[in-house]
Design a protein around this ligand. Sequence first.
Ligand code: PEP
Length: 250
Amino acid sequence: MRRPIIAGNWKMQKTVRESVDFARQLMIAYAAESPDRRVIVAPPFTSIYAVAEVLMGSGIHLAAQNLHDKQAGAFTGEISAAMLVDAGCEYVIVGHSERRTLFGERDDVINRKLRAAISFDLRPIFCIGETLEEREAGRTFTVVERQIKEGLNNFAADDIKPIVIAYEPVWAIGTGRTATAEQAQEVHAYIRTVMGRAYGDTLAGLLNVIYGGSVNPGNIGGLMAQPDIDGALVGGASLDVESFVRIIQY
Ligand code: PEP
């Protein structure tokens, strides 16, 4: 039985004060509702520690949006897995399409970041997804399969267990243009097949594969009704407590 995950990615938004206020309000709403699902928020680095203090004992989990693959050293501007754990994170988003397209992160870099995360017991939310051009060229399955294989290169079954896969079609992120529930389901089922071939159907059946791309309170229900969609990674609609809580309560 896969427990649904609803994760909010705040990107480069919210000051420390705004983050703390949001966390306090969310805690009140969440305490009353939906204890059967896992709720995660991913604030910017500057807010992580303050939000961790507020959320302590609340059952709401904390993610970072990125990490560096090295443990420590002369990497100006970077943050390590150990630092994220120390600040209170349990999860980290790896390979978000904005990291891939705006910051040039390739599959080999993502592979090293995933390795760094699991070495420190930080659960990766591993993002994959095709561009519009790739979808229109009929290459969606090929692209997500390559991203999975290269991202998880040299990963054993035990390494896979903590990973959450987020299927995020790039054309649906921040565009208001969401994949239909059927389009998303088709790719989620394929992702599970690819994982099953590599790691066995039992493990693939336990993996959380969540969807991201313009998820909102109006479309979450249809997405979550699909058999292989186990939750959502939410950008824009996670910035407002009311809309995020409506998504949590789909
Ligand atoms: C995201 O950033 O992961 C995302 C899915 O954003 P949005 O919900 O705004 O499309």
